[in-house]
Design a protein around this ligand. Structure first.
Ligand SMILES: [Zn+2]
Ligand SMILES: [Zn+2]
Length: 99
C-alpha cells in the first residue's frame, strides 16, 4: 500500500492519502476520501453547525466580542462588526483568503 493521489471533488485540487490514513479507513471499512482535507474540514464545520468560539475585545473600540477564530494565534487585528465594516469601507480588499 502506498500513498494515493486523489483529486478533490469539491475544489479539484489534488491531495494525498497517506498510508496510515488508508490503513485506518480500511480498518473502519470506510471509502477513500473524495474531498481534500480543507474541504472536508469546511464540510464538517457546516454539518456540525458549530465552531470554537472565543471571547475577546475589539482592537479599536475595546468592546467585548465573540469570534470564531483563536485570538491568541490570530495575527490580523480583531474588530467587532461595526468597526470591521468601517475599516473595510476604508480599506477595500479582495476576499480571497481561504478558510
Ligand atoms: Zn478541496
Ligand atoms: Zn469595535
Amino acid at each position: 500500500m502506498d500513498t494515493i493521489k486523489q483529486a478533490c471533488r469539491t475544489c479539484k485540487k489534488e491531495f494525498w492519502v497517506i498510508k496510515q490514513e488508508q490503513e485506518f479507513l480500511q480498518k473502519m471499512s470506510l471509502p477513500l476520501p473524495t474531498s481534500c482535507p480543507g474541504c472536508r474540514q469546511t464540510r464538517r464545520l457546516k454539518e456540525r453547525g458549530e465552531r470554537n468560539l472565543y471571547r475577546t475585545t475589539c482592537s479599536k473600540c475595546h468592546k467585548s466580542i465573540i469570534v470564531s477564530y483563536n485570538p491568541k494565534i490570530e495575527t490580523r487585528q480583531i474588530l467587532c462588526k461595526p468597526c470591521y465594516l468601517d475599516w473595510f469601507e476604508k480599506n477595500p480588499v479582495l476576499l480571497t483568503q481561504p478558510l
